[in-house]
Design a protein around this ligand. Sequence first.
Ligand SMILES: [Cu+2]
Ligand SMILES: [Zn+2]
Length: 244
Amino acid sequence: MFLSLCLVSVGLFLSLPGVVSGELEPVPETEGLFQELRKKVNDLWQNLLYPQFIRDSDWTAYATCEMKPSSKLDADKPQVTGQILFKQSYPIGKLEAFFDLDGFPSENNQLGRAIHIHKFGDLSDGCNTTGGHYNPFNVNHPHHPGDFGNFYSKEGKIRKYKSNLSATLFGPYTIMGRSVVIHEQEDDMGKGNNKASLENGNAGRRLACCVIGICDKNMWENKFSKFVERKKRGSQNEHRSRPN
Ligand SMILES: [Cu+2]
Ligand SMILES: [Zn+2]
């Protein structure tokens, strides 16, 4: 850590034009060394600012979360599986997410189910070891970056696209390596008049969870284009069947 800080300080120092051309200009025999050091510092900065996985995919980060029922869940509870995909353009794009989940009871008019980002990507004791809501700024629920709200299933499925989310895949508050949890019950959005409401929205048991990890661009593009196609077809059919 100390070495990195030293290198960074040297880099800043070397990048000041006045310094390089001023009285501290290196003597010829040390010039090669300085050049090498400068390159190392530049590479360090590049890697810090622009992580490899973003540079590899047109300056956009993609992540996936492979949803599985909690290993501690009773057999009579809904066994939710599927995928949540994330996309975010570097550096100032807002997070987009696509929720593609199955296994909810098939009767319609089900209550909403809360979905949140939890602190840990640890599934060693099912979803119980994912900790509380990811809360880097020490605020109340529902103002955590991963408070995605309530989701309503249709014919046992949730297919939902959300944009402009406040969680991020970049920097010190990245959600990469943390988890997404689906709860049995509705999120009271902090209006439950008790302590738990301001911590977790009283959303009840953890049905299913997954760990967020880097994925390929194609994963998002394939899934999302199918979703858009299905939506288009759905709205056309709706249009056709609507009386004039
Ligand atoms: Cu939760
Ligand atoms: Zn929360």
